[in-house]
Ligand binder design. Structure first.
Ligand code: BG6
Length: 369
């Protein structure tokens, strides 16, 4: 049932191109309108939205962090991302023009469900992004977009994460379209870029051998740090989370620009630092800033493991290990840059002799608060 793979996690990592393609299937109608799965909200309700909150836990929360960039950029509606377990306890400002997006693979996570119920009590509209048909969170929501990742068995989430990203992009585009900020042709253009992603994820998967070799070298490291900016910041957090969950190692993700305000003190001779570099096209300034962040950590002894876009030669002199991912629009880049970090965590855990699919102390779905 593991389809020839040693672990479900490796199988699920390999299924990602298919999962992404399935989640994108049939989303545009003949007028170029984006379609969600279940909508019990009118277009007018969506036009009235003046604030978006995203609530989620763990890996799903990281997809929400990426979503914030896309949703604000495309819709110009302010968007906050919040850990579901914190949300209702701080009395957030909610009313009927607030849209709360709950992201959950299982649809049963109690923290996320309670955040959703709190939002509904305050009359907010609730949209669910979920991988499990008919589970509690989508049943209690006003609108649903299902991710079609297929069942995820490994406790650590991989393919569900990539499909959550896709779903978030689709929700952002849908909101922008309904509100008249983006038109059918612009939406179709981004959807076309998204349709390229399964192929790009496939390309990344075909180049993972050097990551596996590196993983064996890093198996004894005391701590691994991850840095990124913009949408690569949540990718850094996700890379660190995967390593904690699977390898039981100290791992932390940082916004690269924040390093100098404290965390750089952690860097010692040989400390592995995984650096997720934005594309040098588009937001070029950001790229150069990350390159200088990499120089800074390297000057303090870090062993730099760099994930960069194909053709990015500027970063090469500062990379002890350099892995290229295909050229991708900035907002969509997490779909490719996350993959090597999943493989790295999985292989480090395996090298340390851990059960990759069933990490200690963790459950696939946590139904207590
Ligand atoms: C955690 C799981 O308990 O719940 C994580 O171990 C997961 O892998 C998180 O990301 C959220 O789960 P869900 O089902 O709400 O996406």
């Amino acid at each position: 049932e593991k389809g020839g793979y040693d672990y479900f996690m490796l199988k699920e990592i390999a299924e990602q191109p298919h999962a992404v393609a399935e989640t994108l299937l049939g989303r545009l109608n003949e007028h170029g309108d984006l379609l969600l799965d279940e909508v019990r909200l009118s277009d007018q309700d969506l036009r009235d939205v003046d604030k978006v909150f995203i609530v989620a836990c763990g890996t799903a929360y990281h997809s929400g962090m990426v979503a914030k960039y896309a949703i604000e950029h495309w819709t110009r509606i302010p968007c906050e991302v919040e850990l579901a377990s914190e949300f209702r306890y701080r009395d957030p400002v909610l009313d009927r023009s607030t849209l709360v997006v709950a992201i959950s693979q299982s649809g049963e996570t109690m923290d996320t469900l309670m955040a959703l119920r709190h939002a509904k009590e305050q009359k907010a509209r609730v949209l669910a992004i979920c991988n499990t048909n008919g589970s509690t969170i989508p049943r209690e929501s006003d609108a649903v977009l299902y991710t079609h990742a297929g069942p995820e068995i490994a406790v650590a989430s991989t393919k569900a994460f990539l499909t959550q990203l896709v779903a978030c992009y689709l929700v952002g585009l849908h909101l922008a379209q309904v509100r008249g900020v983006k038109y059918a042709d612009e939406v179709a253009a981004v959807v076309a870029q998204l349709q390229e992603m399964p192929k790009k994820v496939e390309q990344v998967l075909s180049t993972m051998e050097p990551i596996r070799e590196l993983a064996r070298e890093l198996a004894e490291a005391k701590s691994v740090l991850f840095i990124g900016r913009h949408v690569s910041y949540p990718v850094a957090l996700e890379g660190a989370l995967k390593l904690k969950e699977l390898a039981y190692m100290h791992a932390e993700g940082f916004a690269a620009g924040e390093l100098k305000h404290g965390p750089i003190a952690l860097i010692d001779k040989g400390t592995p630092v995984v650096c997720v570099v934005p594309s040098p096209r588009g937001r070029g300034v950001l790229h150069d800033k990350v390159v200088s962040n990499i120089q800074e950590v390297r000057a303090r002894g870090a062993r730099t493991i760099v994930i960069a876009e194909e053709g990015d030669t500027a970063v090469a002199p500062y990379a002890d290990h350099l892995f290229y991912v295909p050229v991708t629009p900035t907002l969509l880049a997490p779909l490719v840059t996350t993959v090597p970090l999943q493989v790295l965590a999985c292989e480090i855990a395996a090298a340390r002799g851990h059960d990759v699919d069933q990490p200690r102390n963790l459950a696939k779905s946590v139904t207590v608060e």
